[in-house]
Design a protein around this ligand. Sequence first.
Ligand code: NAD
Length: 732
Amino acid sequence: MTQQFFYDVDADGVATITWNQPETSLNVMTQQGFEQLDGFVDDALADEAVKGVIITSAKKDFAGGMDLNVLAKMREDAGDDPAKGIFDGVMAIHQILRKIERAGMEPKTNKGGKPVAWASPGTSAGIGTEIALSCHRRFVADNPKAKIGLPEILVGIFPGSGGTTRMVRMVGPMMAAPSLLEGKMMPPAKAKSAGMIDEVVPADELLARAKDWVLNASHDDIIKPWDKKGYKMPGGAPYHPAGYMTFVGAVAMVHGKTQGVYPAAKAMLSAIYEGALVDFDTAIRIEARWFTSIMLNPSSAAMIRSIFVNKQALEKGAVRPKNVPDQRVKKVGILGAGMMGAGIAYVSAMAGIQVVLIDQTHEAVTKGKAHVTDILAGGVKRKKTTPEKAEEIAARVLATTDYEALQGCDLVVEAVFEDAGVKAEVTRKAESQLAEGAVFATNTSTLPITELAKASVRPDDFIGIHFFSPVHKMLLVEIIKGAKTGNRAVAKALDFVRQIRKTPIVVNDARFFYANRCIIPYINEGLRMVREGVEPALIENAAKQLGFPLGPLQLNDETSIDLGVKIAKATKLAMGETYDDSADEVLFKLFSEGRLGRKSNAGFYDYDEKGKRQLLWKGLAENWPVAKEQPDFMEVKHRLAMVQTLEAVRAFEQGVLEDIREGDVGAILGWGFMPWSGGPFSWLDILGADQAVAICDQLTEAYGERFSAPDMLRNMADKGESFYGNAAEKAA
Ligand code: NAD
């Protein structure tokens, strides 16, 4: 058994339990870790010489959370009764934390306990913070990098080791809401004002301050309010008039934010509400029951898999070609200082990379550089960075019109106009300045990489690196291999994406690659429905209630109608007879009216003079009268979700996508595909292939061939298979 916790008692009788997991930079709770912590807590409580305890970490942070294998193992070990396995396992964790909290006190008199302080040198998330909440006083070093919080909700679960129940009982449901429902990781000072911790202290005094508190704590200091007689929940429990208001508001707010599709938020609210009506020990049993139900919910399992496990795996290089040495970028050239180029310059400079930003004119590069400094100034204003740091980052960006400045760049990313001729010209100009081995990347959103690579003298070092807008906010980067792209270029692109801390997916070259291939049909389906006379608000709400951040009409306003027209024309030209033009009427009409979307302050929506979105444009109903009989709401949802999901399946079937994990993670990060589902492939697995095929058959009959189930899906339905089931089998 590897030792993860360490125990020491000093001459003053203060026991220190130090977490220091070997061979990792961050402590992550494992089953063994729990056992060792439990054992040392027992030792400290049993030893009469020990006056009090400090729980701390020898690393720069306290903990990153729980190893998900702990929960998986509880489930596996329980065989055909996984609910019992998880519930019993979680109750065992509760017992350890409750032991820390009660610290040997007499149940009736609350006498005889030992003070336990928590002292964190830095960040603490998940179970780390839940351990903290069970202690009697919480100290955090004033480390500028430290973040404290309970982020479980962000991956589809909720704090289930007492974090939910304790936070609510400490500060009341109202004040606990942002910590629990938004899963915010907070700097120490904020965590203190949120009531999560007690003291922020100078880093070099952390243990001394904790020790001082332990040695001076009074009997009363260590009894939790809910273990005292007459405890009242701050802000009022559900049947208190004030508490009643909070709960009514919270339920509405959570439903408004989640559209009811995230089971974890609902389960957490239930745990809070029901827990508030009973004593603490019953409340944590209730929390454990709701937690168990969430762990067994297919949506939560899919969210954890995509948003946590697979996202991390991709970031760590799961699809990076093996045996290619480190390709980290030192100096990047960026061609085109427009919206995308300037954004790419910003994220590169932030990552410490030297940047040469090139455009045609002095005005254009100056504007591009100003975009970089504007984003940095915003960061200074929001206290994300200091003025000195911002200056240092901006100084890494050399803005110039001179291609010779590209000498020494080991990567060039081209983001000039979306025109094959212009791109070919800049490719040649740039390559003439580059040394052997430098990689040339294009940020094109629509042009085939293999075609663009023809302008290159080294097509094996030519690749697509497709960013999403706005670059500094969007997490996904799509890497596209042309027919001749070599492994080193793929590794280079992946290492670059890792440097700039984004999540990569690697796909093969085909029309619209992966993300746009799925997004465009989603928008088009919305346009078709408008033409059919479906109430536009119904379309938008169906999308929202599926969990999409933007309905298809709003999304079209954001991406702009003229871009849609451009893409439609180019696609028609490329596809000829097979092109389906049923969405074009609506798109072209808005274009001809000059309603180009948000940028022209008019599109599917109206906008006020400040650019704030108002209601849907009334002209929609005048041009395409709303039909008397409206379709079934579920059918509208199925159309919107299925039309893009089927594109994802086709992309996989055709080998554009090589890995369903990339398809799922890419969809959630790239365009906000129903995160609760875990992505398109996870959604199909939740539905079951046979049910998915039945939906496709019904939609095909009503709306046409674009809904016909791909062979791959039909075969799965016949054989009773699933995407992830097959992937696991293949991996085994
Ligand atoms: P943009 O019009 O804002 O910027 C293009 C810039 O390229 C302009 O500043 C222009 O002066 C410059 N340029 C044109 N010809 C040049 C040349 N010969 N040498 C140097 N600079 C030249 O466009 P954008 O939105 O930043 O898009 C750039 C590329 O990124 C396009 O290929 C586009 O398809 C792609 N892209 C755009 C988005 C998006 O949402 N806007 C998303 C992903 C990819």
